[in-house]
Design a protein around this ligand. Structure first.
Ligand SMILES: Nc1nc2c(ncn2[C@@H]2O[C@H](COP(=O)(O)OP(=O)(O)OP(=O)(O)O)[C@@H](O)[C@H]2O)c(=O)[nH]1
Ligand SMILES: [Mg+2]
Ligand SMILES: [Zn+2]
Length: 347
């Protein structure tokens, strides 16, 4: 298999003669049914109608042409019309994507303008990092955290492959920003308890697993949802990289309630569409101080008001210093992002 990056354009459909013909006698939209998108693969979306009810039904649907370039992603709430029987070979049409409460999106690199949405309507972002093989990369974790804080998605870090190497020290500092860190090993004797602990934080929530290829996202999903049967792939011994085994996102129902979304491993998470400085807003105590900074303060300079805040209270100085350092690590992402726009918050 050729390794490749997940590309949302995979989901794009070319208008064909058949769709054009069908659109002539399309039904009125007021008879549409609301559905949850659980998979998107080559233009076909798996949609669940009457989710959680007795008559819950999986329907395959295609995006209607009238939707234009707007993407349909896993986690979306959509309106579908047409053949919603779910019968073998049936195909319904998605006529509307309902408003998203949030979404996780990236640009291919920091200069790119085209924003690609990965998933929508998420409660928790589970950043999966291997302690080794592949090596953890701080930059990617920081980028995921920036997005989570801006989009108000609760982030959690799960460190896998604890059997191979201990948890990297730099990760512990994220706790000062309120990020919970959990560890697991598919090989260890306490796997059952570790999976149970992860399961309990996922219960009745919509969570998405993200991370590099080969970190063990699908391996974890298979233990959380035994019926999932996700394919896993070994990490290349020579390059230390995963093989991009999972190629599209899919949401799976957790046995105890809630949804877990497996995503394909990504190489880069561009933030051209974000201003990382906005993450300060996610921390009210820091935002209050940062509001007194000089305009355009990068919060990394000597005159930054946050420096004075650290030493203003000696009893809290150590905690404050770690918290500020962790925040600055996220803000450093700013340096590598070409900020095409100024922060709307003025800080
Ligand atoms: N030693 C060890 N190996 C693990 C652990 N978790 C997963 N693996 C192995 O790591 C490899 C990659 O696992 P996958 O679950 O396919 O990784 P993924 O994150 O889904 O990768 P993509 O689908 O390519 O994004 C497989 O060979 C797994 O058996 C772990 O905790 N310890
Ligand atoms: Mg996978
Ligand atoms: Zn500042």
């Amino acid at each position: 298999m050729t390794p490749r990056e997940y590309d949302e354009s995979d989901a794009r459909i070319r208008p064909s003669r058949t769709t054009r013909r069908r659109s002539k006698d399309r039904p009125a939209h007021d008879g549409s049914k609301t559905a949850l998108v659980v998979s998107v693969d080559r233009g076909r979306s798996g949609c669940i109608i009457d989710e959680g009810e007795e008559n819950q039904q999986l329907v395959v649907a295609m995006k209607a042409r009238e939707l234009g370039p707007k993407s349909v992603v896993v986690g979306d709430s959509v309106e579908i019309v047409g053949d919603t029987s779910g019968d073998e070979g049936s195909l319904a049409r998605i006529v509307k994507v309902n408003e998203r409460k949030n979404s996780l999106s990236r640009t291919v690199d920091d200069a790119a303008k085209l924003e690609r949405t990965i998933v929508a309507n998420i409660d928790q972002l589970i950043i999966v990092v291997a302690s080794a093989n592949p090596e953890p990369r701080r930059g990617l974790i920081d980028r995921f955290l920036v997005s989570a804080f801006i989009e108000k998605i609760h982030p959690i870090i799960v460190v896998t492959k604890i059997d191979v190497a201990p948890i990297p020290e730099f990760m512990v500092n994220y706790q000062s920003l309120g990020v919970e860190i959990m560890t697991t090993s598919s090989k260890g004797s306490s796997r059952t308890e570790e999976v149970a602990a992860i399961e309990s934080i996922l219960r009745n929530k919509v969570s998405v697993l993200v991370g590099h290829s080969g970190v063990g996202k699908s391996t974890l999903i298979n233990d959380l949802v035994p019926a999932a049967d996700r394919m896993t792939g070994d990490v290349n011994d020579v390059t230390g990289r995963g093989r991009h085994t999972s190629s599209s996102a899919i949401a799976l129902a957790l046995p105890e309630g809630g949804w877990i979304i497996d995503t394909p491993g990504i190489r880069a998470f561009g933030l051209a569409h974000r201003n990382p400085r906005d993450i300060v807003q996610a921390f009210p105590d820091l935002a209050e101080v940062a509001a007194t900074c000089m305009s355009h303060c990068s919060h990394a300079e000597d005159s930054c008001a946050l420096n004075a805040w650290v030493s203003a209270d000696s009893s809290q100085e150590v905690e404050r210093r770690i918290r500020l350092e962790s925040l600055r690590s996220l803000l450093e992402v700013t340096l590598s992002v070409d900020l095409g726009h100024e922060s709307s918050t003025g800080i």
